[in-house]
Design a protein around this ligand. Structure first.
Ligand code: WQD
Length: 331
């Protein structure tokens, strides 16, 4: 199939492009390099031997977007493009609503105007807010605690309304838990432009000596060691889930929601200890106050994706920590 990937040079997008190419699909990519680098395109070619068709396009450029649909016979869209920093979204909500929502509306108008009715959307476990129970099932109550999460939930609702209004649409909503790791080749890791937001990029900065120690945001949560528990999933497994989702909606109409996680929760200190063990590197840390908006525990019930998408995460926490370091150590 001809798959149009928005945000395809980003962390999850580029890993998904590799898996799409390996599965025999033709890949067209649009990105504006807001949170990625052009050399990712070369890295995709090194890994797969294939050159993706690339457009440097911002989804806010409706004309530029239409041009992509005019020049390519697109069968399915995978939509990654969007801002994703929780903290920044609280300081700059308008920036996030405009970029993430308007960009998505432009994409959906282009799809409609060119009769493209299959889309896989990159959503997030953040739409579950502070879950009442764990593991979290897809029918858990939805709520958000920050503008970034609200953009994800708004877009989910837009897609659900489109599906109700046009039964010809095939929509897959994938709710990611915490993606970490990198392609086994040592490329395509999480290389956020500027100050990281997430745990693993911080750990890697400490491992490289760029930071003296890791700040552990609170050890007074109701968890096994007091630090926050999350469902970390290898980015290569997450990329595989997108292949399964494209295949799943290929012959189905409707809107389908799936959690993409391992179903296992690990604490911050579990991650630190595993990273130290597999990479033989000491990660100094200090306990600091909780980060506003953080929740204690969040991990998936992965059974629906297993049953319907035939997706199960295969890679271990050790693989995630080893691949994260293998990618970052000489950058
Ligand atoms: C994980 C744990 C922190 C940094 C967010 C978004 C989610 C998704 C993933 C986009 C928490 C602790 C972190 C640090 C720490 N993003 N931590 N010190 O907040 O679970 O999820 O990123 O899709 O939508 O909400 O991920 O990696 O920021 O934090 O102690 O320097 O690590 O408190 O317990 P989070 P995270």
């Amino acid at each position: 199939m001809n798959i149009f990937v928005t945000g395809g040079t980003g962390y999850i997008g580029s890993n998904t492009c590799v898996k799409l190419i390996e599965a025999g699909h033709n890949v067209i990519v649009a990105d504006n390099f807001y949170n990625s680098m052009p050399e990712v395109l070369d890295q995709i070619k090194i890994i797969t031997g294939k050159t993706v068709k690339f457009y440097e396009t911002d989804l806010l450029d409706a004309e530029g977007l239409d041009k992509i649909f005019e020049e390519n016979e697109i069968d399915c869209v995978i939509h990654f493009a969007g801002y994703k920093a929780v903290g920044e979204s609280c300081q700059k909500p308008l920036k996030y609503y405009n970029n993430n929502i308007t960009g998505t509306l432009n994409l959906l108008f282009s799809m409609r105007n060119h009769n493209v009715k299959k889309i896989v959307f990159s959503s997030s476990a953040t739409v579950y807010g502070n879950p009442e129970t764990v593991p979290i099932c897809e029918d858990a109550p939805l709520s958000t605690t920050n503008p970034y999460g609200s953009t994800k939930l708004f877009i989910e609702n837009i897609l659900k309304d489109i599906s109700k209004s046009d039964e010809e649409f095939s929509i897959s909503i994938l709710r990611y838990f915490n993606p970490i790791g990198a392609d086994k080749s040592g490329y395509l890791g999480d290389n956020p432009v500027g100050i990281p937001n997430n745990l693993m990029p911080y750990i890697v900065k400490v491992a490289k000596g760029e930071l003296s120690c890791l700040n552990v945001f609170g050890n007074d949560y109701d968890t096994h060691d007091g630090t926050g528990v999350r469902d970390y999933v290898h980015v290569s497994d997450l990329a595989d889930a997108h292949i399964k989702a494209v295949e799943y909606i290929a012959d189905k109409k409707g809107c389908f929601v799936h959690n993409i996680g391992t179903g296992v929760g690990y604490s911050v200190l579990d991650i630190v200890k595993t990273f130290e063990k597999v990479n033989n590197i000491k990660i100094p840390y200090k306990i600091t106050p909780r980060r506003p908006g953080d929740i204690a525990t969040c991990f998936a019930n992965p059974e629906k994706a297993k049953k319907e998408l035939s997706f199960t995460a295969k890679l271990s926490l050790e693989d995630m920590c080893r691949d994260s370091w293998n990618y970052a150590k000489d950058k």
